[in-house]
Ligand binder design. Structure first.
Ligand code: ACO
Length: 327
């Protein structure tokens, strides 16, 4: 095991109050409640108001995580925000969050690894803490995907939602992160992309007409890769710790599609009742997904002291990440 001295002090999450149901989507694109439930397991997702920024949701989740950790904003040494839907290209959303929290002693940067971003950020925070550079680190996964979803594309708009989740990590705290695994495969970078809006394709009238400023996805290929890569990532982090699947009390997977999650538990022959899901209520919130799910698990007191828990995610890039915790 690579270290027992970074632990999770507390967590928080935030979901916007506005609910977008499958019935609402039936009025926006040619789809049906039955199709969406059968193919994805999603019944509803949360959508933030126009004036509710990604950084606002991040701050709400962060305030709850700080309160639950008994930590003041001034005590933070570092804030890492993982998001693919920043308020602006620059400055980083983490700096905006740092300002809103008045976390005056914290360094801040964003980390982009799509849906794997929260676990990538936890891995990064662990490295900073164990190198002795920082003691208290706030990690946030937050997304306002509704600004980048193409609400005319029925094959993708049904999947995504908005929200934020956060945790505070510190040195020598209980609830240790035992092992982590992060990987990327840039040869699959076209599976999920927002083509325009970066320096390669600045947004102009032509791009707006082509709708390239919105998220594009190759659903079937993404599905297959998600099942394969997350299954391997779960096993990797467990084997690193010389444990077996029967030692694991709970898996908290990225909430991309209920069928992806079911396929992973089938492949692993792991009981589905030990796999946490909230996709039916939240949809896919990318970097916020595992963070929100993790906070719900703590609130619902699903895990008990010394339980082994695996977090796992895959996302655009493509990226994959997993993490083993002892609670
Ligand atoms: N309502 C009704 N019909 C639809 C809809 C819809 N919303 N969307 C597609 N269809 C139709 C298609 O046009 C197709 O029709 P056809 O057979 O006449 O051509 C049919 O349904 C089947 O389409 P498929 O794409 O084969 O459907 P599939 O079962 O693969 O489900 C889905 C599509 C839900 C997108 C699935 O592929 C998926 O979930 N993929 C993974 C997506 C994912 O996880 N993305 C996030 C990655 S993580 C990140 O970084 C953000």
């Amino acid at each position: 095991m690579n270290g027992l001295n970074t632990g999770i002090m507390g967590s928080g999450s935030y979901l916007p109050s506005k609910i977008l149901t499958n019935a609402d989507l039936e009025n926006m694109v040619e789809t049906s409640n039955e199709w969406i439930i059968e193919r994805t397991g999603i019944r509803e997702r949360r959508i933030s108001e126009k004036n509710e920024l990604n950084s606002d949701m991040a701050v709400q989740a962060a305030k709850m995580a700080l309160k639950n950790s008994n930590v003041n904003p001034e005590e933070l040494d570092l804030i890492i925000v993982s998001t693919i839907t920043p308020d602006r290209l620059t400055p980083s959303t983490s700096c905006i969050v740092q300002g809103k929290l008045k976390a005056i002693n914290a360094a801040a940067f964003d980390l982009s690894a799509a849906c794997s971003g929260f676990i990538y950020a936890l891995t990064t925070a662990k490295a900073f803490i164990e190198s002795g550079n920082f003691n208290k680190v706030l990690v946030i996964g937050t997304e306002k995907l509704s600004s980048f979803v193409d609400w005319k594309d029925r094959s993708s708009c049904i999947l995504f939602g908005d929200g934020a989740g956060a945790v505070v990590l510190s040195k020598n705290s209980e609830h240790s992160i035992l092992n982590t695994y992060i990987r990327a495969d840039g040869s699959e970078s076209n599976l999920l992309r927002i083509p325009a809006g970066g320096s390669e394709l600045p947004i102009d009238e032509k791009q707006l007409l082509l709708r390239t400023n919105f998220l594009k996805m190759e659903g079937k290929e993404t599905f297959k890769l998600g099942v394969k890569s997350m299954t391997e990532a779960v096993l990797e982090v467990i084997h690193q710790a010389k444990l077996s699947l029967s030692d694991i009390a709970l898996i908290i997977p990225h909430q991309a599609n209920l069928r992806i999650i079911q396929a992973i538990s089938d492949r692993l022959k792991f009981p589905s009742e030990k796999v946490f899901t909230n996709i039916e209520r939240c949809g896919n919130t990318s970097a916020a997904s595992v963070a929100i799910a993790f906070d719900e698990v703590l609130k619902k007191q699903i895990i008990k002291k010394n339980d082994y828990i695996v977090l796992v995610a895959f996302g655009a890039g493509t990226t994959v990440a997993s993490l083993l915790l002892r609670w």
